[in-house]
Write a protein of this length. Structure first.
Length: 129
């Protein structure tokens, strides 16, 4: 059982996040450095809309770490479609549970954990700089 708890803790700390992009414009060449993608709350003048991007993360020990991992995934999704800016839109927190099976001696069971997932959504755009 200790091994299972260690594996679960490692996954949370490792920073797993998921993301997606729905195309609403023309794809541009990918941005190699996803960390250079800028996040803003207002649509920049002359922005070319490329995709709606969404990311979720339940990794990390704090809510801020969940948000940071989700933001990084949002930037990666935007960079893949050639966007250099994300106009952030909806943000939410989803509650859920996960069950991890375990066995101790001859006893079998499931350890239940509650998790919060931070979900971010925005419009991936290209802005001439």
């Amino acid at each position: 059982m200790k091994t299972m708890h260690l594996m679960l803790a490692t996954c949370w700390l490792a920073g797993c996040a998921s993301g997606s992009a729905i195309m609403i414009g023309e794809t541009r060449p990918a941005i190699e450095n996803w960390e250079s993608v800028v996040v803003t709350s207002e649509m920049p003048a002359g922005a070319e809309e490329i995709a709606v991007v969404k990311a979720a993360s339940d990794s990390g020990l704090t809510k801020q770490q969940h948000i940071d991992y989700a933001t990084d995934e949002l930037k990666k999704q935007a960079a893949k479609v050639g966007a250099n800016t994300i106009v952030i839109g909806a943000t939410s927190t989803e509650d859920g549970t996960i069950g991890i099976p375990y066995s101790a001696d001859t006893n079998l069971g499931i350890q239940i954990y509650t998790v919060e997932t931070e979900v971010l959504e925005g419009i991936a755009v290209f802005v001439e700089r």
